[in-house]
Design a protein around this ligand. Structure first.
Ligand code: MG
Length: 203
């Protein structure tokens, strides 16, 4: 059976808008008639992201499938998992995502934290992107410093993945000089069509 396209939503940091973007993308794909699932395979310190993705995908999966691994500590998942004596390995997470991918056309996967935040004992989001052959979307707040942060994340991705990666700049409520000029500056470092701007949204 043909496997889904896997879109991995990562970011320059935690709390940058990954869930907002992943939910909007999932809803939009559904609206366009794709069979889409959204996963937050690993989360720590609350399950709100998973619930939001669960709703965005129209509850096509159980919450326990959207998010099989959740840990109480509001810490990097590797540490939160150790505190509960439930160390997590990459192969379990990759196997879960692949299993879901067999049933859908598109799977949107939200990482946890930034690209290199340690998720389990032997992996971070970059390792998942690599193992899954996923497309990467890098979410970054559109503020002073964004160009450096985006370039760092793109530099850390495998070169072929980085060339195809999309960048989402999340605009602030109040634009400023940096947020107005960042897109133009970033386009000097990447294919312009791969840069998207997300207006400020409250959801
Ligand atoms: Mg999130």
């Amino acid at each position: 059976m043909q496997s889904a396209r896997i879109i991995f939503v990562t970011g320059t940091d935690t709390g940058v808008g990954k869930t907002v973007f992943a939910s909007l993308a999932t809803g939009s794909l559904r609206h366009h008639g794709f069979r889409v699932a959204a996963l937050k395979p690993v989360c720590s310190g609350g399950r709100d992201d998973a619930r939001q993705l669960h709703r965005a995908a129209g509850k096509v999966l159980a919450l326990a499938e959207v998010n099989p691994w959740h840990f109480r500590g509001a810490l990097a998942p590797r540490i939160a998992a150790r505190q509960e004596n439930r160390p997590l390995l990459r192969r379990a997470v990759v196997a879960h995502i692949r299993r879901i991918a067999r049933r859908f056309e598109v799977v949107v996967v939200e990482g946890a934290g930034g690209l290199l935040s340690p998720l389990g004992e032997d992996f971070d989001s970059r390792d998942l992107i690599r193992a899954l052959g996923a497309e990467a979307i890098v979410v970054c707040p559109n503020r002073l410093g964004a160009v450096n942060q985006v370039r760092l994340v793109l530099a850390a991705l495998p070169a072929a993945t980085a060339r195809q990666a999309r960048v989402v700049l999340v605009n602030p409520q109040q634009p400023d000089a940096a947020s107005r000029t960042n897109p133009e500056l970033l386009r000097e470092f990447m294919a312009p069509k791969r840069l998207w701007l997300l207006p400020w949204v409250e959801i």
